[in-house]
Design a protein around this ligand. Sequence first.
Ligand SMILES: Cc1ncc(COP(=O)(O)O)c(C=O)c1O
Ligand SMILES: N[C@H](C=O)CCC(=O)O
Length: 448
Amino acid sequence: MSISRSRSEQLYKEALEHIVGGVNSPSRSFKAVGGGAPVFMKRAQGAYFWDEDGNKYIDYLAAYGPIITGHAHPHVTQAIVEAAQDGTLYGTPTEHEIVFARMLKEAIPSLDKVRFVNSGTEAVMTTIRVARAYTGRSKIVKFAGCYHGHSDLVLVAAGSGPSTLGVPDSAGVPGSIAQEVITVPFNDIPALEEALDRWGGDVAAVMVEPIVGNFGMVLPKPGFLEALCRLARGIGALVIYDEVITAFRFHYGSAQTYAGLPLAAVEPGATTSARFAAVEPDLTALGKIIGGGLPIGAYGGRREIMEQVAPLGPAYQAGTMAGNPASIRAGIACLQVLRQEGVYAGLERLAARLADGLAASAARHGVPLTVNRIGGAFSTHFCSHPVTNYDEAQAADGEVFAKFFRLMLDRGICLAPSKYEAWFLTLAHTDDDVSETLEAADQALRSL
Ligand SMILES: Cc1ncc(COP(=O)(O)O)c(C=O)c1O
Ligand SMILES: N[C@H](C=O)CCC(=O)O
């Protein structure tokens, strides 16, 4: 079974002439799934894509996470149209920025103050600068396989695209910079303890995806985040959560306030805020969903730390496009949709049906498959062991994934072209979409 994608192939040839690798983000290339032309999409609506050859796909890529409402959601689209009609860029503050900052602060109480930027990369990069400015220290601890964007410091042992394409340590990052990063396995408290014992006084921050989204979806083990926060603070370092994927993905808030986060046992009767206080970060980086599909990033945290940032403090961060009215208004509209009753329960129900169905189908056909689901997102690792860290994710079978990816694509199901990326449900997906996807997956798994 194969559908024609001749126009995509033609466009890819042209793109290769003008755009490096034919793509504007390496993750979009099909290098890790057997090569050849990626699919050139022409239009997206709700849960669907149509490619340049007129083929229709059910979309679980969701643009690597931001598209949680479904494509071209009417409320978000209207906000973007109205913003465009009012002029796309002012270079001055606007009231919408205040409205949006308030919404983020209400949903994520650790944000005393925020600043808007243009991408997750910028948000993370700036949290590191601010942490260094605040502590007067230079080293950062990160976890193997966590991806924090493409700024120099965090392109060390990076998951997602870099890992997919075999460049987890990018060329062009000077050794002197890489030396400022200490990498530790995710979910490994003794290894973190050892690293902090060794480098303690030099460490400005410990940075983590509190729920990993970049070597599959991986939860912290119970007590891991509490230990991380306690150990970091014990040596005077800050805790930075990269919530670029996780904010507003699992509930109206972020991982640091998510009831599904496995925490160590708390005192009986502890309040919700006491429950989460032990895992609250000093700084948080945001992106993806908060832009409603337009480019955005944001970072925020404790007042005295954020006040290191210019014009109040000595840490410089700026941006011609930062806080642009279209992204801000799309973000407000997206959060307005997400705070409606039942939104997350619906995402979770569909994702559970799909993830459980895939696992059952794989078992029926004798295909080893580990499905890690968290709320409305999950990952599929072709292996029989649990995936709780990067090594275990790397050990999953990439060739089988590549085959599965192609079989699904030919059946009209669009996944990310990497064994490390997640499947994301949107508000536009229906039970019929899930049934169609399970039918396609059953055929694909049978013929692996
Ligand atoms: C956890 C995480 N942090 C940072 C980034 C970088 O965000 P962006 O691609 O918007 O620069 C990404 C995704 O790309 C991400 O998944
Ligand atoms: N997994 C990455 C971000 O979450 C993928 C985005 C990209 O590399 O283009």
